[in-house]
Design a protein around this ligand. Structure first.
Ligand code: NAG
Ligand code: NAG
Ligand code: NAG
Length: 446
């Protein structure tokens, strides 16, 4: 099994062994689905999923809301041996993660400084063999994973990292019963966590489409007022840009070694043939973010090098003529879209990209694998139950398995997902980068 091949023992640190696996024996994820119930006013969402190694022959798997190693705990959900043997390594539970306050100072409005390192949310799983705990895991935030693994990944070129990302990162909202308006919303929302939360969970690539909306009347709004810029999903405006930029800035202020890529990918409304509006957006970004922006140079750039300065933000601008005029703007990120309607077609398409050597040259620049299905026009019009949540739910659990393949993970760069908590992409990226960094070191000394 891959599990044995891609297992790396990195020695011991204060008596704790440090191990890195690509295939974890037990993985927790969170469903992208949202379901209506008769008894509840709001739809039920964020239900926990458990993936496990079928060859491990566990006799029981249980969920807890506290660390099962610390004393005797009552489980909140139990999977017995019969269910384990018939479930093919995946169980969808009805335990909702809900909306827990992010722990240890990592809530957006916390006045504390967030504590470095991985932090568990109150969802734990334990897998048992012969009535003893064989392995455990928790759903976690990984707010400082680059800093935490700096000794292992510092030698890597930023262009060779596996970067966990989100698609249409600003298109999030949660809750309320589905109304007519929400029917449109079903094909607009791609995330259900704020950009701040995404970063705290470990996402490091953010994708934005920006719309420009001139004021309707002559109010106090000046020409380059930031309130004119909105995050769009194509032609639909979803939320103002400024608060999201504020969240990104706050994250950079509260961490010291996390490198973030922001991709201002397209400008679907209000920018066509309007250079002055691009200039207004660039001036706004310059005021807010330039102090963190890594200058662009088409040459190798290791994390160690980046960490010698305060600049940890890559700002890519989708309009190359505009990007070229500023040394702190990076050229457009290539987004690799399959435009596929079925999971199988998407898998084949992504496999062809991943195994195509032309994507492996650093000179290709930054590129992102877009790991989502594309709804067909018929789907949009005639499937009343359809939504981007449903589509993400078809892909995400499988994406997790595809990315674990030995032909895939070493070659992945940015992977942009919808409803990312259903993918385990952050954990996979951390392990893959540690293994890549280790490999590079060994390669150099050989
Ligand atoms: C979850 O499912 C179990 C049975 O599988 C049921 O007993 C329990 O009431 C359900 N809990 C919720 C919150 O729906
Ligand atoms: C807004 O101001 C401009 C000149 O500053 C004027 O031409 C235009 O008619 C005004 N529009 C409205 C809706 O008041
Ligand atoms: C690899 O990708 C390049 C650039 O996108 C393309 O021109 C080429 O045909 C691909 N090769 C294969 C074998 O698919």
């Amino acid at each position: 099994m891959l599990f044995l091949v891609y297992f790396l023992f990195l020695g011991t640190n204060h008596g704790h062994s440090i191990e890195v696996n690509i295939e974890q024996p037990l993985i927790l994820s969170v469903s992208s689905k949202s379901r209506e119930t008769v008894s509840s006013v709001v739809p039920i969402d964020r239900e926990v999923q458990i993936h496990f190694d079928t060859e491990a022959a566990y006799d029981r798997i249980a969920l807890f809301d506290l660390n099962p190693h610390e004393g005797t705990r009552e489980p909140i959900y139990v999977i017995d041996q019969d269910k384990i043997s018939e479930s093919n390594g995946f169980v969808q539970t009805n335990v909702s993660l809900g909306n827990p306050e992010l722990p240890h100072g990592w809530a957006l409005h916390s006045t504390d400084l967030g504590q470095a390192g991985d932090q568990c949310l109150p969802i734990w799983a334990a897998a048992y063999k012969n009535s003893k705990i064989a392995t455990t895991d928790c759903l976690k935030i990984r707010p400082t994973w680059m800093q935490d693994n700096r000794l292992f990944i510092g030698n890597l070129d930023v262009r060779s990292l596996l970067i966990p990302g989100t698609h249409n990162s600003g298109c999030y909202k949660r809750g309320e019963k589905i109304s007519l308006r929400e029917t449109i919303g079903r094909y607009i929302l791609t995330q259900d966590q704020s950009v701040w939360n995404q970063l705290v969970y470990g996402i490091r690539y953010l994708d934005f489409r920006i719309g420009y909306y001139p004021p309707k009347d002559n109010t106090s709004v000046t020409d380059d007022d930031e309130s004119r810029f909105w995050i769009n999903h194509d032609l639909i405006k979803v939320r103002p840009l400024a608060p999201v930029v504020g969240q990104i800035k706050k994250f950079l202020e509260r961490t010291s070694n996390e490198v973030v890529i922001i991709d201002f990918h397209r400008f679907p409304i209000g920018f066509n043939m309007r250079q002055e509006r691009h200039q207004a957006l660039v001036s706004y970004l310059e005021r807010e973010l330039k102090e963190y922006a890594i200058p662009y140079a088409n040459q190798p750039l290791t994390l160690d090098k980046i960490w010698t300065t305060q600049q940890r933000l890559i700002i890519s601008y989708g309009e190359n003529s505009v990007a070229k005029a500023k040394d702190w703007l990076w050229p457009p990120v290539k987004q690799i879209w399959g435009n596929k309607a079925t999971t199988k077609d998407l898998e084949d398409f992504l496999a062809a990209v991943v195994t195509n050597d032309s994507f492996q040259f650093p000179e290709t620049g930054l590129w992102a694998l877009m790991a989502q299905l594309t709804p067909s026009p018929l789907e949009l019009l005639f499937n009343p139950k359809g939504s981007l949540r449903e589509m993400a739910h078809k892909v995400n659990p499988q994406l997790l398995r595809w990315c674990q393949r030995s032909e895939w993970w070493p070659k992945l760069r940015i992977v942009a997902t919808d409803f990312f908590l259903e993918t385990d992409i952050v954990n996979l990226a951390v392990s893959a980068n540690v293994l890549k960094g280790h490999h590079d070191k060994r390669y150099e000394t050989d």
